[in-house]
Design a protein around this ligand. Structure first.
Ligand SMILES: Nc1ncnc2c1ncn2[C@@H]1O[C@H](COP(=O)(O)OP(=O)(O)OP(=O)(O)O)[C@@H](O)[C@H]1O
Length: 255
């Protein structure tokens, strides 16, 4: 679904070049849930943005759904969820979810039907007429996920969507996201700073390190698909978390 080979991305700044991504090789299969974890500045967001054609690699190759990132963007191959929910305050929740569909020229009936479906999927049925400020932070983030799902793209790219939420809300949204992923079969790319979040959610964990931004480890999860929150206390979970932590530590020492 997503394939990077020798991917490089250098920003040219007044202080000289910044190697945001260096020699990144990565394969993401259909239906995988892939987390990107690493310290600030290791290129997680840049990689996600390159997949979304919001940044342009300076070397190597990158394909998304078998196409160039630009072709994939034009084919609306992905939905993107940002760190802040980014809902328009003057639009209702339903109005926010319908916005991309409106822009794409869907009929009013189709907009309404799709909004209904995705709001049900994120358990926000009944909140269609509310405005964003009438919802909690977690609910706003769910609405922004619904918006990214509205046009039924195969890929969902999420840049630290739950970073600003307290731990209890985050736990619940993690559980809900796993259920949603199981129901929809989407391929998900997910940026996080949290080791437990990465291990809990992912089928594959990509550990990155900065200066230059690169991949230092790729861990295929051995956890079962069915994951109650208590799985975080099992030896298997703790072993994977340990490997992620070691990878992060090694990256710090190298850079
Ligand atoms: N538009 C830009 N111009 C110049 N440098 C940039 C630009 N965007 C990102 N960078 C630099 O590229 C590097 C990678 O940034 P990126 O935002 O991808 O890191 P990150 O791992 O997502 O960090 P964080 O966890 O803090 O969000 C950093 O050194 C950053 O300063």
């Amino acid at each position: 679904m997503i394939e990077a080979r020798g991917l490089n991305l250098t920003f040219h700044t007044n202080d000289g070049p910044v190697h945001a991504l260096k020699d990144v090789d990565l394969t993401i299969g259909k239906g995988e849930f892939v987390s990107f974890i690493g310290p600030s500045g290791c290129g997680k967001t840049t990689l996600l943005r390159a997949i979304a054609d919001l940044e342009h690699p300076t070397g190597g190759s990158l394909t998304v759904n078998g196409m160039s990132p630009e072709a994939a963007r034009k084919a609306r191959a992905y939905g993107y969820v940002f760190q802040a929910a980014g809902l328009y305050p003057w639009r209702t929740i339903e109005g926010n979810v319908r916005l991309p569909l409106q822009i794409m020229g869907y009929s009013r009936a189709e907009q309404a039907e799709r909004a209904r479906k995705v709001l049900e999927l994120v358990e926000l049925s009944g909140f269609e007429r509310k405005f964003p400020w009438q919802l909690s932070g977690g609910m706003q983030q769910r609405a922004s996920i619904a918006r990214a799902l509205a046009f039924d793209a195969d890929i969902l790219l999420m840049d630290e969507p739950f970073g600003a939420l307290d731990e209890i809300v985050r736990d619940r949204l993690n559980e809900e996201l796993l259920k949603l992923w199981a129901r929809t079969g989407k391929t998900i790319g997910f940026v996080t700073h949290s080791i437990p979040e990465a291990v809990y959610l992912s089928t594959k964990i990509v550990v990155m390190s900065p200066r230059p931004g690169r991949i230092t480890d790729v861990i295929d999860s051995t956890l079962p698909a069915e994951r109650p929150l208590e799985i975080r206390d099992t030896p298997e979970f703790i072993a994977i978390a340990h490997r992620v932590r070691e990878g992060l530590r090694a990256g710090y020492e190298d850079s």
